[in-house]
Ligand binder design. Structure first.
Ligand SMILES: Nc1ncnc2c1ncn2[C@@H]1O[C@H](COP(=O)(O)OP(=O)(O)OP(=O)(O)O)[C@@H](O)[C@H]1O
Length: 257
């Protein structure tokens, strides 16, 4: 049977498609785009089925739809495509954070895990005293382009350090801190602001900055509001809602795993 002859190249082909789909899914997971993504996959599968069953009319209608849909896709997924290209473009083959490390399939078990409970309890402590804070936690996309705007640091994440950085009289309290693999790698970082007009006016620059960086990269951000003492979790340019501290910790753990 001809179609059962599987060449090595076919297997590589399948693996690449699987990895690509996994990364597309990861990019759109938790956003409104996930429903569009699932819708497209369903239409594509129906189209393939109609081709297989030689249902000429339906297959040509769906074929046309998918053809035009490619342009619509670029518009609908503009931000996700941008983030995907940024993710690929900011991956340096030669560095120790190289291509294979950034693809989680190849990561070793010894990779440092961010200590989420410590980060959240620092946020809670800061919230109690209404101390404004902004923390950006790296996922896959490199954050060098924003780190350069601040001061570099190399300190293991711990609660007293995070509290001390954002303490009002501290020289480091302004701007954002960057956390990468459980290390604070930069302070006083100036983030790109979001230009989204739908952000309610009660949110100022700190929130706009957190939304801005999470729109442009796959990083996530935590904000402690100086005005309300509320802790906001931002991912993909949107506020992530949570009902308890434990739930916030779980969401972060899932998103950073
Ligand atoms: N582009 C930026 N990148 C990083 N941090 C920024 C940026 N712009 C402002 N900030 C931080 O936000 C602070 C100003 O916050 P502002 O009061 O405008 O924000 P907010 O969203 O209303 O937050 P809050 O609820 O804490 O008041 C600045 O002191 C600075 O530390």
């Amino acid at each position: 049977m001809d179609f059962l002859e599987l060449r090595i190249l076919d297997i590589i082909d399948i693996i690449f498609v699987a990895v690509l789909l996994y990364y597309i899914y990861k990019l759109v997971k938790g956003t409104a785009a996930i429903n569009i993504f699932i819708g497209i996959v369903i239409i594509y599968l129906i189209w393939k089925l109609t081709q297989l069953l030689q249902m000429q009319m339906l297959s040509s209608v769906l074929g046309e739809f998918i053809g035009v849909g490619m342009f619509a896709l670029i518009v609908v997924f503009q931000q996700e495509i941008r983030k995907f290209l940024l993710m690929i473009g900011s991956t340096n083959l030669a560095s120790k954070d190289g291509l294979f490390k950034s693809f989680k399939f190849f990561n070793s078990a010894t990779e440092t895990i961010n200590n989420i409970p410590i980060i959240i309890s620092a946020c809670e402590k800061l919230a109690q005293t209404k101390t404004g804070a902004l923390m950006v936690i790296k996922r896959n996309t490199k954050l060098d382009f924003v780190k350069d705007t601040g001061d570099s640091m190399n300190a293991e994440v711990n609660q007293p350090i995070l509290e001390a950085i954002f303490y009002k009289n501290s020289p480091l309290h302004d701007g954002a801190v960057i956390i990468e693999d459980n290390k604070i790698t930069a302070t006083r970082v100036v983030l790109p602001l979001s230009s989204d007009r739908n952000i309610p006016a009660r949110f100022g620059l700190r929130h706009r900055a957190a939304i801005g960086i999470t729109e442009r990269t796959d990083a996530v951000a935590l904000i402690v509001s100086e005005e309300t003492g509320q802790i906001a979790y931002i991912k993909n340019g949107r506020f992530v809602t949570y009902t308890s501290t434990q739930q916030l910790i779980e969401k972060l753990k899932t998103d950073l795993s």
